[in-house]
Design a protein around this ligand. Structure first.
Ligand code: ADP
Length: 834
C-alpha cells in the first residue's frame, strides 16, 4: 500500500530478488482501497506506507483491526520519516516492523519480510500443531473414555497416544514444553533443549527451569507460569529474556495454551516459544541509529531546524535555542518571520518564494533574528526544501550559524573606515584652507560627527610676541553671544597654557569654574551653562599656536578613541594654521619686495633719463665751441700762414686734426645717445642695398688700400630699421677695412645665412689683425679700444653703437677671431616672414 507508484515498483523489484519466496503482489494506492481488497484476497503480509493520501498508517491499522478484530496478517510500516513517537504507537498496535524509506535496501526489505513470513509460518504451524495435538488429545480422551468404558484395551491405547503426542511435541521446529500445574515438566522438545542448552535432566520442573533461565527474576516468572494453569484459551505472553546454559541471553516470545488434565487431575499447559533475539537486535540497532541521528541533530554545533512552509518552527535543536534565547516550546509557538529583524524579512521571504516556486533549490543569506531579550543576532542561514513524494513542499531544512561576533567586528571596521574617510576629508579641507579662520571653521563644524557629546567648540590662537590671543571661531551652545573673531589678552589663557605645558598628553580636562581669569574676561562663557571642557593643544614644531576647546556635559562619555581622533584633528589644524601664517608672512614679504623693486626701477629710470639727457646735451653743447676752434684754426692756417714759422704751422694743423677727431667723437656719441632714445619702427630691409650704401660711404677710405671685397648676393632681407642697420654695417665694414696690417690688402667677405626661429645672420669677415680671445667681449663697450690712435685711429664707440643698435632691433651679435688671421663679426636679426 503506497501512494507512490515508483515506490511500489521499487519494493516489488527488491522482493523479486528473494531466493526463498516467489512473491505475488496486490497493490493499493489508498487506505480505503486497501481495506476493500482484504476480504477478497488474503495476503500473507502487508507493506503499509505511513503517509497515505486519505489516511495515515496508524489509523489504517486501527480500522483494519476494528473490521477484522485483530491483525489478520503481519504489517510492516514504511515511512519517510523516523519518529520515535510514531514508531512506538505502531509497535503498540502490533506492527511487525518499522522501516525508514531512505534506509530501505533490497536486503533490508527482504530480511524484514522474510523474517515476518517465517514467523507467521511458524505461528501457523504451531497453531496447527496445537490444534492437531488438541484434536489428538480429544481423540485420545474419547478413546480413553471408550476404552474405560470398554475395559481392558484402554491402557494400551492411552500409552500409544501419549507416545504420539510426545513424538509430535518432540519434533516441533519451535521450543515446546508441556508442564503440569505442580511444576513437573512432562515434555521438553529437542528445539527447546538445543536452543537453551539445557538437557531434559537439567530442567525436570518449571522451578528448575525458571531458576536456571531467569536467575533472580525466577520468582516473578514462576508465579506467571503458575497462573497459566487457569487458562482456558491460548495466550500470547510476550517476550522474556532467558539465560542459556552457556551463559548467553536470548529473547523468547512465549505463548501458552491449556492442554486439559492428566488422569491424576493435574492441569496441563503447553508452552511454545519463538527465539526473537536476532529480530530484537536488528530493531535495537535501528533505534540506536535513530537516536544517533537525533543526538547529532540535538548536539550539532550549529542551529538546525525544520520549518513549515508557512514559517512555523517544527523542530529546533538546542543550539538554535541558545542563539535566539527561546526554549524549544516557545519556538514552536512562533514563526521565523516574527523573529526576523524587520529589515531582513523581505529578502528572506523573497528567497522562500523562489525556493517554493522551484526557481532555486537552496539559498544562503546573512540576516538578523531578534532574540528573546530583543537584541539582534547576526546569523548565516542556509535553507533547502524537503518535498513529499508527490512533490509537495513539506518543510524547510534550516542550518543557522551564529556569526554575531564576526559581523559586529566587520561592522565596527566599516564604521572605523568611514570615520577614517571623514577624517581624511576634514584633513584635506583643513590643509586646503588658506586662512586660520577658515581652518578653524572646518574643524569646528565637523567635530560633532566624531564627538556627538560636544556641546560647544572653539579655537583660540596665541601670539606670544604681542601677548595677545584670538578666538578664531565658536560653534554650539550660546554661540551667538560670542563675536566671530575676538581678540583677548594672552593672560586670561595663561592658566590653561601652563597646564597644557605641564601635561604629558596633548590635552587637559578643565573646568570654567576653576579658571577665574577666563570666566571674568569672557563672562558670556557662563551663559552656555557648561562648565567642563577638554582643551587640546594646537602645536606645530613644538610651539603652542593655540587651543581647541570642546565643551561637554559629562567628560566620562568621551571615549579614548574619540580623544585620539580629536588629537589627530588638532595636529592637522595646528599644521594648517602654521602654514597659513607662513603663507601670510611670505605674501607680506613678496609685497614688500615688489614695492622695493618698483621704487628702485623708478630711481634707475630717472637716473638713466638724466644721464641720456646729460650725454646728449654735453655732446650737443660741445659742438659750438668745437666749431669755433675748427674755424679759427683753419683761419689761422689760411689767413696767417706767412706769419707762422714751420713749427707754428705744424701746431695749427695739429689743432685742426684734433678738432676733427673731437668732432667725430661727438658725432659718434650723439649717434649712440640717439640710438637709445629714438623710437624704432621696424620693417623689411634689403641688406644688399644697405651693404652697397656702406661701400659708397666708405669709398674715400678705400681708395688708398684697394680692398678685395666679396659679397655673396643676394643677401637675405631682415626685419629692422634702415638707419640703424646702416650704422651697424658701416661701423663693422669700416673696422674690417681699418684693422688690417698696413702691408697687406684688406680682404673682406660678406654673406648671410638663415638661422633657426626665422633669424638671419649677417657675417662680415676680414683677414686683418684679429682680436685676442680675452678682449673679444669688452670691445663692444663704449670707449673700449685695443690700439693707440696713431696706429689705428678711432673713437671706441663704433662697436658700442653696433651692439646697442642690434639690441634695439631685437637681435644678437658676436665675434670669432684669431690674432693675425682675421675676425668674423656676426649680427643676427629677425628675418622677414614668408
Ligand atoms: P674704433 O674702431 O673707433 O677704435 P670700435 O668700437 O669700432 O672703435 O672698435 C673697438 C676696438 O675693437 C678697436 O679699437 C679695435 O681694437 C677692435 N676692433 C674692432 N674691429 C676690429 C677688427 N675688424 N679687427 C681687429 N680689431 C678690431
Amino acid at each position: 500500500m503506497d501512494d507512490s507508484e515508483v515506490d511500489r515498483v521499487i519494493y516489488q523489484r527488491y522482493l523479486k530478488k528473494s531466493r526463498e519466496y516467489d512473491y505475488h503482489f496486490i497493490e493499493a494506492e489508498t487506505g480505503k482501497a486497501a481495506l476493500e481488497i482484504y476480504p477478497n484476497v488474503l495476503p500473507d503480509l502487508v507493506l503499509l506506507d505511513y503517509f497515505l493520501p486519505d489516511i495515515n498508517g496508524l489509523e489504517w491499522i486501527e480500522r483494519w483491526q476494528q473490521k477484522y478484530n485483530k491483525n489478520p496478517c503481519p504489517v510492516i510500516i514504511l515511512t519517510g520519516q523516523g519518529n520515535d513517537n510514531i514508531a512506538e504507537q505502531f509497535i503498540k498496535l502490533g506492527a511487525a516492523d518499522y522501516l525508514i524509506k531512505d534506509q530501505i535496501t533490497s536486503d533490508r526489505l527482504n530480511f524484514s519480510v522474510y523474517k515476518e513470513l517465517i514467523r507467521q509460518e511458524e505461528k501457523q504451524k504451531f497453531t496447527q500443531t496445537i490444534q492437531c495435538q488438541n484434536e489428538q488429545l480429544l481423540e485420545v480422551n474419547r478413546l480413553l473414555k471408550d476404552q474405560m468404558n470398554c475395559g481392558e484395551n484402554a491402557d494400551c491405547l492411552l500409552r500409544n497416544n501419549e507416545e504420539k503426542l510426545h513424538c509430535a511435541v518432540f519434533n516441533a521446529p519451535i521450543p515446546v514444553l508441556v508442564h503440569a500445574e505442580d511444576g513437573e515438566i512432562l515434555h521438553v522438545n529437542q528445539t527447546w533443549t538445543e536452543l537453551s542448552g539445557y538437557t531434559i535432566e537439567d530442567i525436570p520442573t518449571t522451578a528448575e527451569w525458571t531458576q536456571k533461565a531467569y536467575g533472580n527474576k525466577q520468582g516473578t516468572v514462576k508465579s506467571w507460569i503458575d497462573r497459566l494453569y487457569e487458562l482456558n484459551q491460548r495466550v500470547d505472553e510476550g517476550e522474556f529474556k532467558i539465560r542459556t546454559a552457556d551463559g548467553q541471553v536470548r529473547i523468547w516470545n512465549f505463548s501458552s495454551a491449556p492442554l486439559g488434565k492428566l488422569l491424576d487431575g493435574r492441569r496441563l499447559v503447553i508452552s511454545c516459544a519463538k527465539d526473537v533475539t536476532e529480530i530484537k537486535q536488528a530493531k535495537m540497532a535501528l533505534q540506536e541509529s535513530e537516536i544517533h541521528f537525533r543526538k547529532t541533530f540535538e548536539q550539532a554545533a550549529v542551529g538546525m531546524a525544520h520549518v513549515a512552509p508557512n514559517g512555523k518552527w517544527l523542530l529546533v535543536n538546542q543550539k538554535l535555542c541558545q542563539i535566539v534565547g527561546y526554549s524549544q516550546e516557545e519556538l514552536r509557538e512562533k514563526t521565523f518571520q516574527e523573529m526576523t529583524h524587520p529589515d531582513d524579512v523581505e529578502p528572506d521571504l523573497e528567497y522562500v518564494r523562489q525556493i517554493l516556486a522551484g526557481e532555486i533549490t537552496s539559498y544562503s543569506m546573512e540576516k538578523r533574528y531578534i532574540r528573546k531579550d530583543k537584541s539582534p543576532v547576526w546569523v548565516t542561514l542556509t535553507v533547502s526544501l524537503f518535498k513529499s513524494k508527490t512533490g509537495e513542499p513539506e518543510y524547510f531544512i534550516c542550518v543557522i550559524e551564529d556569526i554575531n561576533e564576526r559581523k559586529n567586528i566587520e561592522l565596527s571596521q566599516q564604521q572605523a573606515l568611514k570615520r577614517l574617510a571623514n577624517l581624511h576629508q576634514i584633513d584635506k579641507a583643513i590643509i586646503e584652507a588658506q586662512k586660520p579662520q577658515a581652518i578653524a571653521k572646518i574643524a569646528i563644524n565637523n567635530i560633532q560627527y566624531f564627538l556627538p557629546a560636544c556641546q560647544r567648540a572653539s579655537i583660540v590662537t596665541f601670539n606670544s610676541e604681542h601677548r595677545a590671543a584670538t578666538i578664531l571661531g565658536t560653534q554650539g551652545r550660546a554661540e551667538q553671544k560670542t563675536p566671530k573673531k575676538l581678540e583677548t589678552t594672552l593672560d586670561i589663557w595663561q592658566d590653561l597654557i601652563n597646564r597644557l605645558q605641564e601635561s604629558e598628553q596633548n590635552y587637559v580636562v578643565a573646568y570654567l569654574s576653576q579658571l577665574p581669569k577666563l570666566s571674568a574676561a569672557i563672562p558670556s562663557l557662563a551663559t552656555s551653562g557648561l562648565d567642563c571642557f577638554i582643551c587640546f593643544s594646537l602645536k606645530a614644531q613644538n610651539k603652542l599656536l593655540g587651543i581647541f576647546k570642546l565643551w561637554v556635559e559629562d567628560v566620562e562619555v568621551v571615549t579614548p578613541e574619540q580623544l585620539a581622533i580629536i588629537e589627530e584633528i588638532s595636529v592637522q589644524v595646528a599644521i594648517a594654521i602654521q602654514q597659513a601664517n607662513l603663507i601670510q608672512a611670505d605674501q607680506n614679504y613678496a609685497l614688500n619686495l615688489e614695492k622695493k623693486v618698483q621704487e628702485r626701477t623708478a630711481q634707475i629710470e630717472e637716473i638713466n633719463k638724466e644721464l641720456k639727457a646729460f650725454s646728449y646735451s654735453i655732446s650737443h653743447d660741445l659742438k659750438a665751441p668745437l666749431r669755433a676752434i675748427q674755424g679759427f684754426a683753419v683761419a689761422l692756417q689760411e689767413d696767417y700762414a706767412e706769419n707762422l714759422d714751420d713749427l707754428g704751422q705744424e701746431y695749427a694743423s695739429r689743432l685742426v686734426a684734433s678738432a676733427e677727431q673731437m668732432e667725430k667723437l661727438i658725432q659718434d656719441l650723439l649717434a649712440y645717445s640717439r640710438l637709445s632714445r629714438t623710437e624704432i619702427h621696424k620693417k623689411p630691409v634689403n641688406l644688399t642695398s644697405v651693404v652697397n650704401k656702406a661701400l659708397e660711404d666708405l669709398e674715400i677710405a678705400m681708395t688708398d688700400v684697394q680692398p678685395e671685397i666679396t659679397i655673396e648676393k643676394p643677401l637675405l632681407n631682415v626685419l629692422g630699421n634702415r638707419t640703424i642697420l646702416q650704422q651697424i654695417v658701416n661701423n663693422l665694414l669700416s673696422n674690417a677695412l681699418k684693422f688690417t696690417s698696413a702691408k697687406v690688402k684688406p680682404q673682406i667677405h660678406i654673406w648671410t645665412e638663415e638661422y633657426p626661429e626665422n633669424f638671419v645672420r649677417l657675417w662680415i669677415e676680414d683677414k686683418g689683425i684679429g682680436i685676442e680671445a680675452q678682449h673679444q667681449e669688452r670691445i663692444f663697450e663704449v670707449f673700449e679700444r685695443l690700439h693707440g690712435n696713431e696706429a689705428y685711429p678711432g673713437t671706441g664707440i663704433g662697436l658700442a653703437i653696433v651692439k646697442k643698435g642690434v639690441e634695439r632691433l631685437g637681435g644678437r651679435l658676436g665675434v670669432k677671431s684669431e690674432v693675425n688671421r682675421g675676425s668674423r663679426f656676426w649680427v643676427e636679426l629677425p628675418g622677414v616672414e614668408g
